[in-house]
Design a protein around this ligand. Structure first.
Ligand SMILES: [Zn+2]
Length: 329
């Protein structure tokens, strides 16, 4: 390649990615989330790699089409890594703000890429996985898998693409059903609803993606790029008007009981106690704090901000009942 030195084509293997596979061949760049043992969920590191790969493909004149997919047959992508959420971000919610910044860059790298991006949906696309495929321009799906959102079931809000783009893609009523109730949408229904462009038997998935890519390559690149920019209008309106405060709201909400209960239920492999939280609020309690608001002060040692439901001081162990109440710092 003798293109300008500033944007010279680079060997895909030169990037040394760990969580993704990156391949450039016959004018098509393929970006594969390669964490099949974890249903191709992405970690913070995965997001960093995805951003670099998609950005490279966007600027490489030897690439005309980008294919985004997952390794193996079970999952396209299942969103963020719950282990990372539970281990890192519920403990340092303000770091989730940083993480969400990376996730936004990843989604925008697809949305703003100068190349047409095809989601090759080889397996379940759930949560951030469905949002990833929504960010792509076109989608081809294997006939034996499904899509869906999970936000309201797990203690989060699907505002990384789903709340913004589902109504544009499939209509307002269907979008609300997916977002409130989180049903699994099987491939045929996804096709009927316009969530994807093509559904094919699994054995034909690569053939169909290759056919589509070839058809896209047989159009003018500059006109294709600007057509994408034009059609992006509503997607960009919805995205940029909401994602900044989504980032702030999600990181703040990580300090509360909903994500805690959602993740504990996941880790303990039990059902989420949705009604427990509703009852807490309805009965006059706090549904934000696990053990109530920080309201006690210990009369013995002076420790402040001890949760309402604690009967003993967490600092010195003195009983709180009958001592200072309700005047916490
Ligand atoms: Zn004390």
């Amino acid at each position: 390649m003798t293109a300008t030195a500033y944007f010279a084509s680079k060997e895909a293997s030169s990037f040394g990615f760990k969580d993704i596979l990156y391949e450039k061949k016959d004018w098509v760049a393929r970006v594969t989330i390669n964490r099949p043992e974890s249903f191709n969920c992405y970690t913070t590191d995965t997001l960093r790699e995805l951003i670099v790969a998609i950005d490279d493909a966007s600027n490489d004149d030897a690439v005309g089409v980008i294919v985004l997919t997952g390794a193996g047959e079970k999952a396209f992508c299942t969103g963020g890594d719950v282990k990372e959420y539970a281990g890192v971000y519920t403990k340092r919610p303000h770091d989730y703000w940083k993480y969400m910044g990376l996730f936004s860059k990843y989604i925008e790298s697809i949305l703003r890429s100068g190349k047409v991006t095809i989601a090759r949906i080889n397996g379940i696309a759930v949560g951030g996985g469905n949002e990833s495929q929504l960010a792509c321009d076109l989608a081809v799906m294997a006939d034996d898998t499904y899509l869906g959102q999970v936000g309201t079931s797990v203690g989060s809000v699907a505002c990384g693409g789903a709340t913004q783009w589902l109504s544009i893609t499939i209509g307002d009523r269907r979008a609300r059903e997916m977002l409130f109730l989180n049903p699994r949408i099987p491939a045929q229904k996804a096709l009927e609803w316009g969530l994807v462009n093509r559904v094919v038997p699994r054995a034909k998935l690569d053939e169909e993606v290759a056919t589509l890519a070839k058809q896209l390559l047989e159009k003018f690149p500059e006109c294709t790029r600007y057509t994408k920019q034009q059609v992006n209008y509503w997607k960009e309106q919805a995205w940029y008007a909401t994602v900044g405060h989504a980032r702030d709201w999600l990181s703040t909400h990580f300090t509360t009981l909903e994500p805690y209960e959602g993740m504990q239920a996941f880790v303990e492999k039990r059902k989420v106690d949705f009604m427990g939280q509703r009852r807490k609020a309805a009965e006059g309690g706090s549904s934000e704090f696990l053990w109530g608001p920080y309201e006690h002060t210990c009369a013995k040692c002076g420790a402040k901000g001890i949760p309402q439901q604690f009967k003993f001081c967490g600092s010195c162990g003195a009983p709180l009942t009958g001592l200072a109440q309700g005047n916490g710092g």
